[in-house]
Design a protein around this ligand. Structure first.
Ligand code: NAP
Ligand code: GDD
Length: 365
C-alpha cells in the first residue's frame, strides 16, 4: 500500500485529493493546522476515528512554518508521495500579509524539500509542488505553456515563483522526483468563499432565495481559464506516476471574463441580467426571470462594483495551453465551464435553502 502525505489537506484541493487517493488504495496522511474551531468540513466524510481498525486516513497537526514538525511527520510516515498543497492561497490577502505569505508558500516548500533530503528519502519520496498560473502574471504570451516566461504580479505569485524554482533546483541538484503542476484556476462547490467564482455562485443563490441584496465585485473584465478541481486533482496524481519528473501546465484552454461567469451563474437558474454603467459605477440588473421558484422583479440591481476589491497589480488574462499534458499523459478536462457553473450554483442553492429554513425556524420562535 502506497503512503501519501498531503499538506493543505483541509483545503479545496487537499480534500478532493485525499478522497481520490483513498479510492486508489493509498494510506493517506494529512497535515492540518490547529484552529480554535474545527475546520475540517471538506474532509469530515472521509475522517476515521483513531480507535477504528485499518485506518486509511490520518491527520497530523503541523504547519509549513514549523520545520521541526514537518521533519518529524515525514520521518514518521516515510511517504512515497508528498503533495505540497498547503499555502496562503489568496492573491488579494497576500498584499496585506506579504511576509507570512512568503514564509508559508516559499520557505514552506523549501522546508518540505529539505526534510526529504535530510531524512535520506530522496530516492523514495516523490514531491508534487502546487505551482500556479499566477506565475505568468503580466503574461508574456497567449496562451501560456511550460516555456512561457514568468512575470509574477503579487506577493503570492512571487512566493510561488521561489517555490517553483526551488523544486526544479532540488530535482536537478539531488536527482529527486520533484515536480511542478502549473495549475490554472480550478473551482468547485467547496471552493473558498472569497474566491470570485464561489463569491458569485453563493451570491446568486442567496439573492434568488431572498437572503442577500447584491453581489459586490472588483474587476469584471479580468479573464481566467477555469476548470473543475476534481479533474485537476487527477492531473496532479498522473504527473506523479510518470517515469521522469517533469513540470506540466494544467488548464482547459478556454478563458472567460468575470462578468460572463456572473451572467452564466444567474442564467443557470433562469435569471437573465444586463450590465450597465461604466468603471466603478458599473452595475447589473435583472432583465428577465424565467423561473417561478426564484422570482426576481425585472429591473432589480443584483451586482455592483466596489473598488475595494481592485488589486494593486492585476493579472488581466490567463489562458493555458494544456497540449503537453494531453499528448504526454492523455489528461484532458472532463468538465466544461458550463458543468462547473451548474455544479457550483445548485450546490449553493441547496446551502441557501437550508439557511432559509434555519432563519424561518428561528423567526417561528
Ligand atoms: P485552499 O483551499 O486555500 O487551501 C489551502 C490549504 O493550505 C488549507 O488546507 C490551509 O489550511 C493550508 N494552509 C494554509 N497555511 C498553512 C500553513 N501555514 N501550514 C500548513 N497548511 C497551511 O487552496 P486550494 O485552492 O486547495 O489550492 C491548493 C494549492 O494549490 C495551494 O498551494 C494553491 O496556492 C495552489 N493553487 C491553487 C489553484 C486554484 O485555482 N485553486 C491554482 C493553482 C495553484 P486551513 O484550512 O487551516 O486554512
Ligand atoms: N476574489 C475576488 N473577489 N476576485 C475578484 C472580485 C472579488 O470580489 N472581483 C473581481 N475579481 C477578480 C480578481 O481581481 C481576479 O482577477 C479574478 O477575479 C480571480 O480572482 P480569484 O478568484 O481571487 O482568484 P485568483 O485568480 O486571484 O487566484 C486563484 O487562482 C490562482 C491560479 O491562477 C487562487 O486560487 C490562487 O491560489 C491560484 O494560484
Amino acid at each position: 500500500m502506497k503512503k501519501a502525505l498531503i499538506t493543505g489537506v483541509t483545503g479545496q484541493d487537499g480534500a478532493y485529493l485525499a478522497e481520490f487517493l483513498i479510492k486508489r488504495d493509498y494510506e493517506v496522511h494529512g497535515i492540518k493546522r490547529r484552529s480554535s474551531l474545527i475546520n475540517t468540513s471538506r474532509i469530515d466524510h472521509i475522517y476515521q476515528d483513531l480507535q477504528e481498525e485499518n485506518i486509511r486516513f490520518k491527520l497530523h497537526y503541523g504547519d509549513l512554518t514549523d520545520s521541526s514538525t514537518i521533519i518529524r511527520i515525514i520521518q514518521e510516515i516515510q511517504p512515497d508521495e508528498i503533495y505540497n498543497l498547503g499555502a496562503m492561497s489568496h492573491v488579494q490577502v497576500s498584499f496585506d500579509n506579504p511576509e507570512y505569505t512568503t514564509d508559508v508558500n516559499a520557505m514552506g516548500t523549501l522546508r518540505v524539500l529539505e526534510a526529504v533530503r535530510i531524512l535520506g528519502l530522496t530516492k523514495k519520496t516523490k514531491i508534487y509542488q502546487a505551482s500556479t498560473s499566477e506565475l505568468y502574471g503580466w503574461v508574456q504570451e497567449v496562451p501560456q505553456n511550460e516555456r512561457t516566461p514568468f512575470y509574477p504580479r503579487s506577493p503570492y505569485a512571487v512566493s510561488k515563483l521561489y517555490a517553483y524554482w526551488i523544486t526544479v533546483n532540488y530535482r536537478e541538484a539531488y536527482k529527486m522526483f520533484a515536480v511542478n503542476g502549473i495549475l490554472f484556476n480550478h473551482e468547485s462547490p467547496t471552493r473558498g468563499e472569497t474566491f470570485v467564482t464561489r463569491k458569485i455562485t453563493m451570491g446568486v443563490a442567496r439573492i434568488a432565495l431572498g437572503l442577500q441584496e447584491k453581489i459586490y465585485l472588483g474587476n469584471l473584465d479580468a479573464q481566467r481559464d477555469w476548470g473543475h478541481a476534481k479533474d485537476y486533482i487527477e492531473a496532479m496524481w498522473l504527473i506523479m506516476q510518470q517515469k521522469r519528473p517533469e513540470d506540466f501546465v494544467i488548464a482547459t484552454g478556454v478563458t472567460t471574463k468575470i462578468r460572463d461567469f456572473v451572467e452564466m451563474s444567474f442564467s443557470e437558474i433562469g435569471i437573465e441580467i444586463e450590465f450597465f454603467g461604466m468603471g466603478v459605477d458599473e452595475k447589473a440588473r435583472v432583465t428577465n426571470c424565467n423561473n417561478p421558484d426564484f422570482y426576481i422583479e425585472p429591473g432589480k440591481e443584483v451586482v455592483a462594483v466596489d473598488a475595494r476589491y481592485f488589486r494593486p497589480t492585476e493579472v488581466d488574462l490567463l489562458l493555458g495551453n494544456p497540449e503537453k499534458v494531453k499528448s504526454k499523459i492523455g489528461w484532458y478536462p472532463k468538465n466544461r465551464l458550463q458543468d462547473l457553473v451548474k455544479d457550483m450554483v445548485w450546490s449553493d442553492i441547496k446551502a441557501a435553502t437550508k439557511e432559509q429554513h434555519i432563519r424561518g425556524n428561528i423567526a417561528g420562535y
